[in-house]
Design a protein. Sequence first.
Length: 365
Amino acid sequence: MSNTTLFSSFNLKSLSLDNRIVMAPMTRQFSPNGVPTDEVAGYYQRRAEGGTGLIITEGTTVNDKVATMGATIPRFHGEDALSGWKKVVNDVHNAGGKIMPQLWHVGMARVADNAPHSELPSAGPSGLFKPGKQGAEPMTVEHIESVIEAFAQAAADAQKIGMDGVEIHGAHGYLVDQFFWEGTNQRTDSWGGSMENRGRFAVEIIKAIRAATSDNFPIVLRYSQWKQQDYTARLANTPQELEQFLTQLSDAGVDIFHCSQRRYWENEFEGSDLNLAGWTKKITGKPTITVGSVGLNDDFFGAFKGQDSNTRSVDDLLERLDAGEFDLVAVGRALLQDPNWANKIKEGRTDELKQYSGKALSTLS
């Protein structure tokens, strides 16, 4: 199977990539007091040197006291943290790569007792981690508006230090997704209720980021049907519902949709072979990133339990990319294990691909 399309260039606004391989964001807790170190910079630099076209960083938190769940998760605010990220940017660019931060607020996934500012309750649209599990009072409108501004400021700072775009983490049951999902958003004001209202928080973040950055600065939105709270949850049960969900986000200014599935090869709706990224591109006409166990046999939940995973052929992935079902391919654990994954695929050195080991989570190799 030819990998010509995978290693073709991709251009959108100010973003120019040498190939279609994206490093997926993966939480790494190696930033003391939220500040990326030289070791963090080296970790990303090695992936750029290994041929990865675009790096999307681990989740990095916006300026809200309850945005993070741990003191070693990097933040994207404060001179010390931004200085650390500036070194990351420079090192990746010097290696010929492109990079953007994933902007993150964990919402009700934060366990207050284990997090900075443990005296403060966690934040969510209705104070629910999952249906029936109340952990805090609903967010005030003032808090909602301040978090929107925090995302916008982080994006402005990202552009200022030379990042090549930003990704909003709107997936996997964190704050933005907690607004999307009616299981955790039971508000009765303009921030909850209908699908349009549940999407308003993300829409306002997207608009605020666009206002705070130049028009050619790419905005990526990552979203998922599944949640960490419920792997079977769905925001949309039909293509028509998915269109209703996506249209206002696309209109607000999303440039690329990053469509998270547990396994990219699974079709999203009965009667069609398209996966989530395929449907999203068909509905919005916007470029999409597919992701979900690329190059591995197993989905990634096992990784967080330290489980290993065998390598998997990417032939079917290349066929779908060639057919135009999606535009970019995000690789997670396979790149975590092997910084040179992209170059090995390009050069046909598939026999050298390393089996994923759960131990890779414990280092910045």
